[in-house]
Design a protein around this ligand. Structure first.
Ligand code: ACO
Length: 398
């Protein structure tokens, strides 16, 4: 088995191999994959020169707690032909890829897992979560807001094709301030890659503008059942704009329910409705998985809101590494150095990926038996340190 890098000339064979792994046909979703970075692709080849496996990476930026924006390698297009599975092809590609990320200076990698059993062994852990919220329109009266006012501004409904670069600009403002959010590089919008509203699939877009007329939020939606309005995503620069868009969607005539496909776990909408049960949560699932490749660099990059110190003993079986680190936070600045002293927590690098963005409490993983706490206060200490003001959220599909 040989792993080789791809170039633009490999696009057809790469997509064909990946689609065979997924039992699909390339012509069904060519646009979806049009933002692939072919200089970041890998092909696994048999000794006879037959391609049997694919993997690739996108050059994203990820927003960390503290609104710190860092590079992140987004693993994608992973597939092994059904005839060649469970023979170590993926494992070989993953080893190759992780080494390449380090060579490029990338200190963390992210992915969306098709199945939850695949990636933990390679050091990835689920780090952000998303859920669907279905609201029955006839129950959707808003409670009188107790705090804050309605966003001053206006809403205009456009077709996707009429939006120009408005969506790209709003998304970019939003993602820089939202921990867990990924960039959507210009090439995605240009190529109409991925899923709506980046793709050119017809959609209605409610664009919100502030009092000065500057676009600051949008919702992409379509009618999916005779009386169901499905919202692909609501992107807003703040909660007031998000609420204005929710009010607009829930006020749509001839609709019995509105399905908000991608809500963060701490979404306030249910609490804003008079009838708490008007909003039904479903499809609660993991979204972004995180893999740290340089632990001191990753821990000093993110923002911290509580001072303190903790010693973490981290096992990285996939890379055959083991390290003990003293993390010290003073005035929001972190320092992370190799440590000799007894650890507070022992954990796998995949669990560190899970707690890194603040979306998974360390104590949950202690209670689950993943993380070992070495004294009774260790879990609470870690919870306090890693906690973030808002749950990280990612809704970019790749
Ligand atoms: C980021 C993304 O692109 S997600 C998309 C992932 N791709 C898909 O889901 C497409 C369909 N599936 C496939 O193409 C393949 O089954 C893959 C890529 C998931 C796995 O490739 P393989 O070459 O079979 O994996 P490999 O042989 O290296 O397996 C390594 C280990 O993971 C385990 N493993 C691999 N896939 C799975 C799975 N889907 N479920 C459970 N365990 C798995 C293997 O059993 C093996 O375990 P072991 O070391 O204890 O023996």
């Amino acid at each position: 088995m040989k792993i080789r890098s791809t170039t633009a000339e490999d696009y057809d064979v790469f997509v064909d191999t990946m689609f065979t792994a997924f039992a699909r046909f390339p012509d069904t979703a060519a646009e979806t994959w049009s933002a692939l970075e072919m200089d970041r692709g890998l092909l696994a080849m048999t000794a006879e020169g037959r391609p049997v496996g694919t993997a690739a990476a996108y050059s994203f930026e990820l927003t960390l707690p503290g609104e710190v924006v860092v590079p992140a390698a987004g693993v994608t297009a992973v597939g092994v032909l059904p005839s060649h599975r469970r023979q170590g092809v993926l494992s070989a590609m993953m080893r190759h890829q992780l080494a390449e990320f380090r060579e490029r200076g990338e200190f963390l990698s992210v992915l969306l897992a098709s199945e939850a059993l695949i990636y933990r062994r390679f050091g990835y852990g689920p780090a952000t979560y998303t859920r669907r919220l279905t609201v029955q329109r006839h129950q959707a009266a808003f409670a009188v807001p107790r705090a804050g006012g309605a966003a001053a501004g206006s809403i205009e409904v456009l077709r996707r094709a009429e939006c120009g670069e408005i969506l790209e600009e709003i998304y970019d403002r939003y993602r820089r301030a939202r921990p867990g959010a990924l960039s959507r590089p210009h090439r995605w919008w240009e190529a109409g890659a991925g899923q709506p509203p980046i793709s050119r699939t017809p959609r209605h877009i409610a664009v919100h503008r502030d009092a000065e007329g500057v676009p600051d939020g949008y919702a992409s939606y379509s009618l999916t059942e005779p009386s169901t309005l499905t919202v692909d995503e609501t992107i807003a620069v703040d909660d007031e704009v998000s609420t204005a868009l929710a009010r607009f969607l829930l006020g749509h005539d001839l609709i019995s329910e509105v399905v908000f496909k991608h809500c963060p776990p701490d979404h306030p909408l249910r609490w804003q409705l008079e009838d708490f049960r008007a909003g039904e949560v479903g499809g609660d699932t993991d979204w972004l998985w995180v893999r740290l490749l340089d632990i001191p660099r990753a821990l000093t990059a993110r923002g911290w809101s509580t001072d303190g110190e903790i010693v973490l003993d981290v096992d990285d079986a996939a890379l055959g590494e083991h390290g003990r680190y003293l993390l010290t936070v003073r005035n929001g600045e972190a320092d992370c150095v190799p440590a000799e002293r007894e650890p507070d927590l022992s954990l796998d690098v995949s669990d560190l990926g899970s707690i890194y963005l603040g979306g998974t409490a360390p104590s949950t993983l202690v209670r689950a038996g993943h993380i070992r706490a070495h004294h009774p206060d260790a879990a609470a200490l870690a919870d306090t340190l890693f906690r973030t003001e808002r749950a990280p959220h990612c809704l970019h599909w790749f």
